[in-house]
Design a protein around this ligand. Sequence first.
Ligand SMILES: Cc1ncc(COP(=O)(O)O)c(C=O)c1O
Length: 394
Amino acid sequence: MSTQRAVRVREKFLPFAAPLVGQEELDGVMECVRSGWLTTGLKVQEFERAFSGYIGCRHALAVNSCTAALHLALEAIGVGEGDEVITSPMTFTATAAVIEHLKARPVFSDCEPDSLNLDPRAIERRITPRTKAILPVHFAGQACDMNAILEVAKRRGLKVIEDAAHAIPTRYQGRLVGTLGDITCFSFYATKNVTTGEGGMIATEDDGYAERVRLMHLHGMSRDAWKRYTEAGSWSYEVLAPGFKYNLSDVAAAIGIPQLKHCDDFHARRREIARKYHEAFAGRAEIQVPQVRDEASHAWHLYVIQLDLDALRIDRDAFIRELVQRKIGVSVHFIPLHIHPYYRDRYGYAPADFPNAFGAFQRIISLPIYAKMTDDDVEDVIAAVLDTTEANRR
Ligand SMILES: Cc1ncc(COP(=O)(O)O)c(C=O)c1O
């Protein structure tokens, strides 16, 4: 018999995600707007220096999204027509779309059922003579098993490009993500742990990749073309390659500089919320909480629970509807890419081709977790999840 709880419903809807921006970001933007220099310039350079200092990487190059970063990274390692790149189906569309943009083929490989990170043991079977790279995604902000992935890559002569959209700050065996693979790509989208509204960063130790990415992110124009309208610059430039328009603006960088300064504080708050969720849910048979591996740390960009559907009378979608009725915004990360019409039809995938990703998809719910949440917000989420669980327990 389930015990009856008093159902507590918030007055105001709690958004699934929201940035924490304050006076420093406002001051930075005002200073930038007043200066009259709105596009890429000194603020971007300052942001790049701060980022490489924070991560401890040799090169950091700011771009206008993680999608752009991934596109540039794959281009820099030479991915092109007919090549294959191995990645997880448990990711956002951008991870695979950029492979398609280069006329290469995204080859999905299943994730682990618990971490939802690329399973290193499954990768080897997907490698063919056309495979160029492995593209692991640090799902939710937990580091992938990078030793195993880097070992396969080294043995089979492949590059490793990391999708670290969720992974700041994430450590693997004590090292921050951003110093492990060949090139790492970060996101500063509005909901991310560090935001510039829209933005991204490329981190690499390799001088050659850094040079190629720097060239291609701004029209393929010679190095100092960005300052061609200043007294210090020159009107003359050369186009060395048909590059992209992926530069970050100084306005965005002005938001990113204070955001990065507070990254560890934001992370501490996310960790605290994750701890509260763990304490509230860990003993419940109906809810599987995220597990953090010994060698990995977690940025807690997402807090993803998995429902035990055998222990409940409702499915995941109905569970979400009940949370929304209780004014709690939630989401699902992700609808696996292989069941989306484009990938399903183009490559003939069936849902069961990646059983861990598809199985998890039917059970996962991402709960709100962000630095701006108050303790009351956290308690409301806990109450809503527990009420829904108790009301629908088998
Ligand atoms: C795993 C993953 N990769 C890439 C991206 C793309 O990031 P951006 O919006 O900065 O292009 C996202 C965005 O949500 C993501 O979740």
